[in-house]
Design a protein around this ligand. Structure first.
Ligand SMILES: NC(=O)c1ccc[n+]([C@@H]2O[C@H](COP(=O)([O-])OP(=O)(O)OC[C@H]3O[C@@H](n4cnc5c(N)ncnc54)[C@H](OP(=O)(O)O)[C@@H]3O)[C@@H](O)[C@H]2O)c1
Length: 454
């Protein structure tokens, strides 16, 4: 395809009669208006586009809301928004140019899927610390606008993590929330509807997942999210699965990495190839973080011992755990592996386990990665560090990373990492989801779906 290939795009609006190009994803593209009416005398705008790249994205404003479509210079439509149109276009080649004609009149109802964001949206917010699920209030508030480096998402799903209600409890005050009222929940999936300045790697219509627990926003119809922590969601990964991954799966991954696991290729060679741990204990393996940790540890080829309640023994074994302990039994409380295996690493997702319980079940050189360390654990960790102890407790706070989120999405796409959903709630019942998370007995993830059945 030559660089001077020209595109003439005719856009027919049988009723609206008004259209204009709002913006283009590629600013090197030049457009020239070439016509003003179609053969039936109805309003038609034709533009001649000359560019050097193959893919052009157009956002066209109509009286039915913005329409987004992509044109390949070779002359084929890659997609229109909405993508499922009956006969969305006809195109003919002319010498040195490709002419495309898009008929929009038959599909107006579908266009609403990409209509401009409403001015207000439904959301749940709290305006002070404490209050639990009852502290969340249903409100109609303005749809936020994306700032520089942000994207505005029309949300499809959000997942609740303990950090969300811990912020409400004031456990990370004065840092979070940054201000009241606050729309909570940082893990979300949705569709990009607007780009803040400087965002070039997404376009309206992209399905994505994102994390922004500092700014929250997930319990709403729309939310802004940092583009730097937003990744594409392929069709194989559902919105609920995608919303479940950012905090819980990233934490599990970072815990394993902090314990020295460096390869997750699933082969037995992954362990032999490195000096990382071979035997791992995952505590609270039935929870959001734990159920991912078991699967990731198996992808790394590790021998996994896991703890959970009696009702989840089969579930956790089904995730791949080699040995499973009921944490409420006296044996389970000791964390001793039935086979006598000593642990090189502990992915510690439960709370309140003193070092004296870990010490006897650890190998000579071992790392316990703790995501909820108390003051005693933090002090123990410091002491171990300065004395170069071989058995170490390492506190971990998740630092979300885009490349890890992309990898987790890809593992999900390939079917290597499964998300187990404990329960789903529509936005109108998000308080129930919140209360369920606060009870601390979820098996897998708790998801709020914006389009969920009431
Ligand atoms: N530091 C960080 O950056 C970070 C990041 C993510 C999460 N976290 C923390 O990690 C913890 C786990 O998060 P999560 O999302 O996995 O929570 P979750 O989904 O709410 O965990 C609930 C599960 O944990 C099980 N459980 C509770 N206590 C247990 C115990 N002593 N032994 C074995 N299983 C137990 C429960 O089983 P039963 O129903 O049988 O009781 C339930 O299945 C939370 O405290 C969270 O705040 C920290």
């Amino acid at each position: 395809m030559s660089s001077d290939l020209a595109l003439a795009i005719g856009i027919q609006f049988l009723e609206s009669g008004k259209a204009f190009i709002l913006s283009m994803a590629q600013d090197y593209l030049s457009l020239k208006k070439t016509d003003g009416s179609d053969s039936r005398g109805e309003h038609q705008l034709c533009y001649r586009a000359i560019g050097t790249r193959t893919l052009y994205t157009y956002i066209v404003a109509t009286s039915h809301g913005p329409l987004i479509f992509e044109v390949q210079a070779a002359g084929s439509f890659l997609s229109t928004t909405p993508p499922e149109t009956d006969q969305p276009y006809q195109h003919q080649r002319t010498r040195g140019a490709t002419s495309l004609s898009l008929s929009l009149h038959a599909h107006r109802s579908k266009h609403q899927a990409m209509a401009a964001p409403k001015k207000t949206m439904r959301a749940l917010q709290y305006d002070k610390y404490g209050g639990g699920a009852e502290g969340l209030k249903h409100v109609d508030v303005p749809v936020p606008s994306p700032n520089k480096g942000e994207v505005l998402l029309k949300l499809e799903a959000a997942s609740i993590n303990p950090i969300d209600w811990k912020i409400q409890k004031g456990m990370v005050r004065p840092f979070l929330p940054r201000k009241f009222p606050f729309i909570p929940v940082g893990d979300m999936s949705g569709e990009v509807v607007e780009l803040g300045s400087g965002v070039t790697n997404f376009k309206p219509g992209d399905k994505v997942i994102s994390i922004s627990f500092a700014t929250g926003g997930g319990l709403a119809e729309y939310a802004v999210a940092p583009a730097s922590l937003t990744v594409a969601r392929p069709p194989e990964v559902s919105a609920a699965e995608g919303a479940s991954l950012p905090t819980a799966a990233s934490t599990a991954l970072q815990q394993l990495k902090a314990a020295g696991v460096s390869s997750f290729d699933g082969g037995s060679g992954s362990v032999a190839d490195n000096n990382g741990p071979k035997n791992v204990l995952v505590t609270a393996a039935s929870g959001g973080v734990g159920h991912y940790a078991v699967q990731l540890a198996k992808l790394a080829g590790l021998h996994v011992t896991a703890t959970c309640g009696a009702h989840n023994l089969g579930f956790v074994a089904g995730l791949g755990a080699d040995e499973v302990l009921d944490y409420k039994t006296p044996e389970g409380a000791t964390l001793r592996s039935p086979s006598g295996t000593k642990y090189d690493a502990v992915v510690h997702c439960a709370t309140g386990t003193p070092w004296s319980v870990f010490a006897p079940v650890l190998a000579d050189r071992a790392t316990v990665v703790d995501v909820t360390p108390g003051i005693a654990a933090a002090a123990k960790s410091f002491l171990q560090k300065v004395t170069f102890a071989k058995k170490r407790l390492v506190p971990l706070v998740l630092i979300p990373k885009k490349e890890e989120m992309e990898w987790l999405v890809d593992m999900t796409r390939q079917g290597k990492l499964k998300t187990v959903i404990d329960s789903r709630y529509p936005l109108s019942r998000a308080q129930e989801a919140w209360a369920k998370s606060m009870e601390g007995h979820a098996t897998g993830k708790i998801v709020v779906e914006m389009g969920g059945a009431e």
